[in-house]
Design a protein. Structure first.
Length: 311
């Protein structure tokens, strides 16, 4: 039976990817970093791209940024092909890389001005001072990049990605090594950009960030997209909860079933599937351990789903 052909790239998406493949050659043979990925990032969304190290996230981002040539497939950024329409595609996207690569001999203001020049932004339309203020770098505007702390360098990288006012902003691990206060300031600013219509594509290992910020999430593993949905739908579709039971007094001796675990404080933790669990029967089993003083349930979070899907 023939496989169902992939839908054509969606020109109405901020990013549309179809059948994207990337092979790297090496002494031990070719390595397939991306295995025919299909992905759509809706315009105006705050999109999370999650995956373990080596999953293919950086390869995908570098293809979008025009730094890596794809082996096969189709890519559209704001409707433009990064290879056939390189200038239009690059003007449509700003990429904040994970690595702290800066022009260390220029001041903050000079670096932003020069980068705006690379994109052909005329001096009358440059937003250098606005970006400096937004990134909290006003007191460092005339300082050399090499004198900045790690967190400030990260802010400058984000500023450089914004000099041409792109409709799509890609953030690759933007808060790695950044203190909590700066992280909160950064997300406040990025949220404001998203509210103005900028599409955000975020990769992060801080899953609580993705859960709080993103409205849509894709999980990539071993070069393949293994999940992609609206955040609420993704989390609702994961049929797994945890029940915490505390007994009145010392629980009677008994053998916990599979998925049951005694905690250090004497509470019993049970993982269960709501769709398959007879709760009345479960309570009857629990009463055999003694009087129940308290019950609480823990909803599945994004970290649970991530671990389950990438295990």
């Amino acid at each position: 039976m023939n496989a169902t052909p992939a839908a054509p790239p969606d020109p109405n998406s901020a990013i549309s990817v179809r059948g994207l493949t990337k092979h790297y050659s090496g002494k031990r043979g070719a390595k397939e970093a991306l295995k025919g990925i299909d992905l759509d990032v809706p315009r105006g969304s705050f999109f999370g791209l999650l995956g373990p190290n080596g999953a293919g996230k950086s390869t995908l981002i570098n293809i979008l940024a025009g730094l890596v040539v794809k082996s096969a497939g189709e890519v559209l950024i704001n409707g433009f092909d990064p290879e056939a329409q390189m200038r239009e595609a690059r003007l449509s996207i700003g990429v904040v890389p994970q690595e702290l690569v800066l022009d260390t001999f220029f001041t903050v203001r000079e670096a932003l001005d020069i980068y705006a020049g690379y994109y052909g932004v005329p001096k009358s339309r440059r937003r250098t001072d606005e970006i400096i203020r937004a990134m909290g770098l006003a007191d460092k505007a005339d300082a050399k990049s090499r004198s900045l702390s790690g967190g400030m360098r990260r802010r400058l990288l984000i500023g450089k990605a914004l000099v041409h006012n792109p409709p799509v902003l890609v953030l690759d691990e933007p808060t790695a090594g950044v203190d909590v206060e700066l992280r909160m300031q950064l997300w406040e600013y990025v949220r404001s950009l998203n509210k103005q219509g900028v599409t955000i594509l975020l990769t992060t290992h801080y899953l609580e960030e993705a859960e709080e910020l993103c409205d849509r999430i894709a999980i990539i593993n071993r070069g393949e997209v293994i999940a992609c949905d609206a955040k609420e739908q993704l989390m609702r579709g994961f049929d797994n909860k945890q029940l915490i039971i505390r007994f009145d007094g010392t629980p009677k001796a008994g053998t916990p079933e599979e998925g049951w675990e005694w905690q250090e404080d004497g509470a019993l933790a049970i993982r269960y599937r709501p769709s398959e669990t007879d709760f009345e029967a479960l309570l009857a089993k629990l009463r055999a351990f003694g009087p129940i003083r308290d019950l609480s349930t823990c909803e599945t979070d994004l970290e649970d789903i991530f671990r389950h899907l990438t295990a």
